[in-house]
Design a protein around this ligand. Structure first.
Ligand SMILES: Nc1ncnc2c1ncn2[C@@H]1O[C@H](COP(=O)(O)OP(=O)(O)O)[C@@H](O)[C@H]1O
Ligand SMILES: [Mg+2]
Length: 241
């Protein structure tokens, strides 16, 4: 479904991705872990065409990512952001139908009906006319997921979807994500929620300084990693004190 081959990316003189290659099969859930600044967000943003890669190829569902193919790629891959990125002056339902109406050209009434179904799915049907600022962080992120689903994507990329939440709000977002994995959605999840990743991910990739150091079954990588740096990272994440 998603294939990266030999991806390199620099910002100015600073190389942040070095020869990154991996592929994610349809229906697979992969978690991407690694220290801050290692290139995790850049990988997701590159897959979605929000950043342009310098070298290598990215293919999504058979479509090679080029400038011309950007609209097609963004239809196939939705993104969920750490800070939700909802429009503050639009209601919940307006946020959800924006993409389908503006990007996909769907008519507003059918987009609205679908949005209501998605709101039920994230258990927020009663907040359709609220503004994002009236919702908790956990609720806003569930709207972020509904908005991603509204595009009818083949895959969803999650960039630390629970990192900006109060601890007591993390579980409700992970619960929605868990349901998506059960529905067979293809997902790439950047997360520090290691126990969640162990439970739902098929694959785990560990990245450090722009290099994928480890790529294997989640249970192995997240419990008995082969690289020393992965072990040190997991120790720090699991017992920060
Ligand atoms: N738009 C940008 N311009 C310049 N440097 C950037 C930009 N985005 C990210 N970087 C740098 O690229 C590196 C990787 O960033 P990022 O992918 O955000 O890491 P992570 O998500 O793993 O914390 C960091 O050193 C970061 O400062
Ligand atoms: Mg990041």
């Amino acid at each position: 479904m998603i294939e990266l081959k030999n991806i390199a990316k620099s910002f100015g003189t600073r190389q942040v991705l070095r020869d990154v290659s991996f592929s994610i099969a349809a229906g697979e859930v992969a978690c991407l872990i690694g220290p801050s600044g290692s290139g995790k967000s850049t990988i997701l943003r590159t897959i979605n065409g929000l950043e342009r890669h310098d070298a290598g190829t990215i293919t999504v569902d058979g479509t090679l990512l080029t400038d011309a193919a950007l609209p097609a790629i963004r239809r196939k891959v939705s993104m969920v952001f750490q800070r939700f990125n909802l429009f503050p002056h639009r209601t919940v339902i307006e946020n959800i139908i924006e993409g389908p109406v503006q990007v996909l050209g769907e008519d507003a009434e059918s987009a609205r009906l679908r949005a209501m179904e998605l709101l039920k799915r994230v258990d927020l049907a009663d907040r359709a006319d609220a503004y994002p600022g009236q919702l908790s962080g956990g609720q806003q992120q569930r709207i972020g997921i509904a908005r991603a689903l509204a595009m009818g994507p083949q895959a969803i990329l999650f960039d630390e979807p629970t990192s900006a939440l109060d601890p007591e709000r993390v579980g409700e977002v992970l619960a929605v994500m868990r349901e998506l994995t059960q529905d067979g959605m293809t997902m790439v999840v950047v997360t520090h929620e290691i126990s969640f990743a162990r439970e739902v991910a098929d694959r785990a990739l560990f990245i450090d300084e722009g290099v994928i150091l480890e790529d294997g079954p989640a249970r192995e990588v997240l419990t008995a990693p082969s690289a020393e740096r992965t072990r040190l990272f997991l120790d720090r994440v699991l017992s920060p004190l």
